[in-house]
Design a binder for this molecule. Structure first.
Ligand code: DGJ
Length: 736
């Protein structure tokens, strides 16, 4: 390896360990992981290793051992047979790019170290900078790329991925999420076979109903929750994405992730730079749950808005009253949630519209004025009622949208997305239209919606930000004819700019990302949002499956999880309140129903759940997740637990997912505890007439992690109260 004089001062000082490495080896490390590059000047950037932490002789000799030694960011044109991360048409029409390293530098961005490998085309003044940002506390490395055009004319970007990772060919399994509306976050786990596996989104607005922009790769065969080398990758982007793994005839599975380039060719004028979204990578030897814990910590500490603040327990009005909002009903709901111990009331859709009142879903979006017929005392009246009841107040909006039946559209038809020479396609309610976030005037409107609400009513504590339509026509009335292919990307650039302004002005208001249910559960949107709505399906049994999948990449603090009515409004399943509560309290607990429709017994269960949740809230919202038994394994139960980082407190959840007589259910072995400590067991949300046999007893972490506790198949309740559901929530408090 040739020492490189340009690199030595930069790299050696900031990156290289004192093991006399050749200067071109760039070791981007966190305490437990290493990403090792060969950045020899004048050559393409090579990746040598990603995975466990390397040091000393192993780091020095990794290349000799037979490292991957592949282009770290493959570009298209020379030997065009392989997949590439970047493909461009240069100003003169040349379709080939051929880059070499010209320098390495480090900088500090928001307290984190960023290593930038600068590359330039050998012939064209065209720069490709590959960046790596390390999060030592969480073992996460983010990578992204800046592409700069210094050529004489416009360069067209045909593909512009955030990152590429070769993974050694073998018995590698892919874990990914799939689904649809009301069935989001489903888990799929399959081996990687030859061919291309693609995960993509083209919705334009909501990118997580169907697929998700995050994956895990288990390197040691069939995925295990708490063992096995596992790589996690999360593309942090709110728009259309494409992740694919090409298992070809080489010794590698080739993983690429980035913005979906389809119908999105991007023109870069002379002097302009295009920056891709970040791709976050993590590695853990502790299986899928290990990767989840890294992502959760990184998310809470660095991505999720206000990720260090406890979330309130709320009642949302949607499934309780839908559009039938009025002052009395809202006041009743506030009184009821307050009496149950809740902390916040959220008024959902249906409160606005002057000329066109929002009574159903076919009008008024964009006209964010109170419907005085429904709410004669306006928002101030509601805030006063909330104050009187000792709860905070939150409100629903859908700022990126309008209806063809609205005052906004009547005044500004030019603000909606539509193709030239065609009528706009209308969505929800037969009239919904998407505002063109690429247009700075629309960005101003969206900013002003939130800014006006928060300035006029600073006591608003929470906003549910909804988005109920995809981009239905490829067409921007703002973008020029030659830049129509920028629509999908510029929509999200415009959204990001607007959200930046909103957060600069209003950093404290809690904002939920909702998009027809779980359409916006992604790390690209969460820097501005405190949580997301997991799904419009609140059926507790189905939620176990959806929340299980979602927990692969997102922490409980971000997963809004509500107790809803029985029979459930989506599945019509009848589930007892205890089970509904036990599922909801494994995420950010809330309620979504009309409390006046509940009987006293169910109300008491909810009151108890709220009180108990308050005692475990820090463990659930900030603890480390250990998934124990997957509902997808068909063992008749699902189980997981949260443990504090100090391992002095934990909450264990156990839900029966099916009921047959004399079923042989597995005894669940716990994880994440300190083997040497003793933990006292207390049941929460108890409905049984007598305590569990282990109630109040202590066990060592070692025992709990080797044997677990025997859960009875049923609840010991009065005969007529028996149901086919059973669940347990146990608190484990370290006593020694
Ligand atoms: C879709 C959301 O997912 C629901 O929770 C609710 O807010 C409706 N929109 C309101 O229109």
């Amino acid at each position: 390896m040739k020492p490189n004089s340009l690199f030595i001062p930069l790299v050696a000082a900031a990156i290289l360990s004192p093991w006399q490495l050749s200067a071109e080896i760039v070791n981007i490390s966190t305490p437990n992981t290493s990403l090792v590059l060969d950045a020899e000047k004048g050559a393409p950037l090579k990746i040598l290793h990603y995975g466990d932490h390397l040091q000393g002789t192993d780091l020095e000799n990794v290349k000799a051992a037979g490292a991957m030694n592949r282009d770290a960011y493959p570009v298209y044109g020379i030997y065009p047979q392989a997949e590439a991360a970047l493909s461009v048409t240069h100003a003169d029409g040349n379709m080939t790019t051929d880059v070499e390293v010209i320098g390495v530098s480090t900088s500090n961005v928001d307290g984190a170290e960023v290593t930038t490998i600068a590359m330039r085309d050998k012939v064209y003044p065209f720069d490709v900078n590959v960046n790596y940002k390390t999060y030592p506390g969480e073992d996460v490395i983010e990578t992204w790329v800046d592409v700069k055009n210094n050529e004489k004319g416009t360069v067209t970007l045909n593909r512009f991925m955030s990152g590429y990772l070769p993974v050694r060919y073998g018995d590698v399994w892919l874990s990914q999420l799939y689904g649809t509306w009301a069935n989001e976050g489903r888990l799929s786990q399959t081996p990687l076979n030859h061919g291309v596996r693609m995960i993509k989104n083209k919705d334009g607005v909501r990118n997580t109903h169907t697929a998700h922009a995050e994956i895990m790769l288990s390197l040691d065969g069939k995925p295990q929750e708490n063992t096995g080398r596992t790589i996690g990758a999360a593309l942090c982007y709110s728009g259309n994405y494409k992740l694919f793994i090409d298992t070809d005839d080489t010794d590698y599975h080739h993983f690429f992730a980035g913005i979906n380039e389809e119908n999105s060719a991007y023109h870069l004028k002379k002097g302009e730079t295009f920056t891709t979204p970040e791709l976050a990578l993590t590695y853990s030897p502790d299986g899928l749950s290990g990767v989840s814990r890294n992502f959760h910590r990184w998310g809470r500490n660095h991505r999720l808005h206000n990720g260090d603040k406890e979330r309130k327990i709320l009642l949302n009005s949607w499934e309780g009253v839908y559009f039938d909002i009025n002052e009395d009903v809202m006041a009743g709901m506030m009184e009821d949630i307050a009496s149950m111990g809740g902390e916040l009331f959220v008024m959902d859709d249906g409160w606005f519209g002057n000329k066109y009142p929002r009574d159903v879903d076919n009008s008024s979006l964009g006209d964010w004025v109170v419907d005085k017929n429904k709410l004669p005392h306006g928002i101030n009246g509601l805030l006063a009622t909330a104050k009187k009841n000792g709860v905070k107040f939150g409100i629903w909006i859908e700022p990126e949208m309008t209806n063809s039946v609205s005052e906004l559209y009547e005044k500004h038809p030019e603000y909606v997305i539509k193709a030239a020479n065609r009528k706009p396609t209308e969505g929800r309610g037969g009239t919904q239209l998407v505002l063109d976030m690429a247009n700075p005037k629309v960005q101003d409107i969206v900013f002003t919606i939130v800014d006006t609400l928060m300035t006029k009513y600073p006591e608003i504590d929470y906003i549910k930000w909804d988005a109920n339509a995809p981009i239905m026509d490829h067409g921007s009335q703002y973008l020029t004819a030659d830049n129509q292919s920028h629509l999908y990307i510029d929509f999200h650039k415009g959204l990001a700019k607007t959200l930046d302004r909103i957060r600069a002005a209003h950093p404290d208001v809690t904002i939920q990302a909702c998009a027809s249910g779980g359409g916006r559960a992604n790390w690209g949107i969460l820097p501005w949002f405190d949580e997301f709505w997991v799904s419009d399906n609140n059926d507790a049994l189905q939620r176990i499956y959806m929340q299980w999948g979602t927990s692969y990449f997102f922490p409980a603090i971000a997963m809004a999880s509500h107790i809803s009515a029985s029979p459930n409004h989506q599945t019509f399943r009848r589930i007892p309140a205890k089970f509904r509560a036990d599922v909801a309290m494994s995420g950010r607990l809330g309620l979504e129903m009309q409390p006046r429709d509940m009987n006293d017994e169910d109300k008491a269960v909810c009151r108890q759940a709220i009180a108990d949740y308050k005692t475990i809230r820090p463990i659930v919202q900030f603890g480390d997740l250990y998934r124990l038994v997957s509902p997808y394994d068909g063992k008749g139960i699902a189980s997981l637990m949260y443990v504090t980082p100090q391992k002095d407190d934990a909450v264990f959840y156990w839900w029966k997912t099916e009921t047959f007589m004399n079923q042989q259910l597995p005894r669940v072995v716990m994880a994440g505890l300190d083997p040497a400590r003793e933990y006292k067991v207390t049941e929460l949300n108890r409905i049984d007439n007598e305590p569990l046999s282990f109630e109040g007893h202590t066990f060592t972490g070692k025992y709990l992690m080797s044997h677990g506790l025997e859960m009875p198949l049923t609840h010991k309740v009065d005969y007529h109260k028996n149901t086919d559901y059973s669940s347990r929530v146990l608190r484990l408090t370290a006593v020694k």
